[in-house]
Design a protein around this ligand. Sequence first.
Ligand SMILES: [Zn+2]
Length: 357
Amino acid sequence: MRSQLVVERFLGANFVDEPDESAFEDFCVELNQLYDVELESEPYTNLIRHTIRKHAAMLSFLIDANTTVVYPSFYRPRWEVKSGYKEAVRRGANLYETEVFNMLFQFHGGRFRGDGIALMCHGPNGFQDEWILLCPDDTEMRIQAESNKYREIALAMTFRAQMNSDLQSELLENLSALLPAKRCANSLMHEYGHVLQYRLWESEGIQVRDFAALYRWFLERGYAQNVSARIPKFADYPDETKLRFLKEAFVEDYRIGLNVEKNGGIFELPNAYCFRGDFEDPSLMAEGVEIVKQAVKKKTSSFRGSYGQANEPDRVLLTDQIMANSSDFSTRNPRMTTEDHQAVLDRLHAKSKLQPV
Ligand SMILES: [Zn+2]
């Protein structure tokens, strides 16, 4: 009875920054009583600001003077995170090499942004601190919104003969496999993809803020060419956005690759950035997944130095942004040429000379 009262008090409060600390001490205890029905130790840590003293250093790194902390009325329940973690590991994401946190608060406005779905970042010790933060989320609602969005697009594309009906059925099958723990596993696989991505760049001596070097890295692997054919009007986005799309599409293809291999071909969610091209011509997705697989194979195990952070995108907002440019798009349209890609590289190179990296 008391547990219910405390949770209601917490849910109703909807704090912004600096909540009453004693309320959260209560909440922490009561939450454990509510969910600690098994004795098995957790592979992840629940993180509540103020209440877990041993994480004080981590919190002061994530939260600076400009950060606003928000306690939303939802959080990820224990069963979702625990099953999601196990499922992501089963599918090949070596999460035990990293630290996974289930955040019970959101934060934004400072050095990091923890108000999306999930975040990967390096802590104060660089590659010694590879952190994956699962932000508070209402996963059931998210699954519904994402599925509706993709179904709607697939239906319209099938109607216009831009997507074949077998592919549409395959997509529906994928979406219907999405349950909260599996959705959480997909977030963890996406963020683990970022962990690998930063390790790869580090091992090859590439600074994450050297945009020209990063674009060249994608170009040399054929990945910039592949993604530019999958995202409508890719060539028209600012060069920095192109790079962000490449970086994110890469970890999405990594996630899809793990799923295809370990989950009987069911990858549950399409590539958040490349879905439009992939719905029309899935061979482009297969090609992208293969490029990523080859690149990740070469990862080494010596990491030091530069830091990174990456958020999982909001698919619903992103899907609208991508589709806004898709009216006359087809994967059969002329693609960006080698010269086009070289021009992007030259522009990024010229900019990086102006700004110290
Ligand atoms: Zn990401």
